[in-house]
Design a protein around this ligand. Structure first.
Ligand SMILES: [Zn+2]
Ligand SMILES: [Zn+2]
Length: 207
């Protein structure tokens, strides 16, 4: 699996484009903005994008869902609980100033689902707390985990937005992520890449 990280938008959300090197099938995790830049990579690599996945519904991670869908024909998937951020931003306290309505999901993802592209598989791990519908994507074979705004290098996400719950966030991290082995690479929704080994030593929410 090839992994490309591109920081997008004013909040520098990490968009990840994952592709199977043999079949060129790909998924895009969190196309939060800068779709033109993302498409340059997709075109250069001649990728066939199958799915656009959101770790959660905040606009810094989803803003260019529709643009990328239009350009690639891929289907948009996110957790049902976070679809409200896309279709009715006003109801969520307009987390992101000036948020515009976005198209709904094409499909919903939930705990245990397996996303398949080429010979690659990502498993969905529900980790609500930063938002109600927050998820992580875990690649068991490659030992990789895309954690959105749930887990950052040395820190965790905020819980003071619509639907956030700090106790639940910490509980999810301890029960659903903390058991991942030290070698698992952590690709967070903002900031630098980490490993579970580093988090186990340095992140007080996991220790
Ligand atoms: Zn967020
Ligand atoms: Zn974010």
């Amino acid at each position: 699996m090839k992994i490309k990280r591109i920081a997008v938008g004013v909040l520098s959300a990490n968009c990840y484009i994952l592709s199977d090197e043999n079949t060129k099938e790909a998924v895009i995790i969190d196309p939060g903005d800068d779709g033109v830049v993302l498409m340059e990579y997709v075109d250069k690599e001649q990728l066939k994008v199958k799915y656009i996945l959101n770790t959660h519904g905040h606009h810094d991670h989803c803003s260019d869902n529709a643009y990328m869908k239009e350009k690639t024909g891929a289907l948009v998937g996110l957790h049902k609980e976070d679809e409200i951020f896309l279709v009715d931003p006003d109801a969520t306290g307009n987390f992101y100033a000036g948020s515009e309505k976005m198209p709904p999901a094409d499909f919903y993802i939930k705990d245990g689902d397996e996303i398949v592209f080429g010979n690659c598989v990502l498993k969905v791990i529900e980790t609500p707390g930063h938002s109600k519908g927050g998820v992580c994507f875990y690649g068991e074979k490659e030992k990789i985990c895309f954690t959105g705004d749930t887990l950052f290098r040395g820190s965790i996400g905020r819980a003071d937005f619509y639907g956030g719950n700090m106790n639940l966030l910490i509980k999810c991290i301890k029960e659903k992520l903390a058991h991942l082995s030290d070698e698992v690479t952590v690709y967070a929704g903002h900031g630098a890449v980490s490993t579970m080994g580093y988090e186990r030593r340095m992140n007080r929410y996991i220790r």
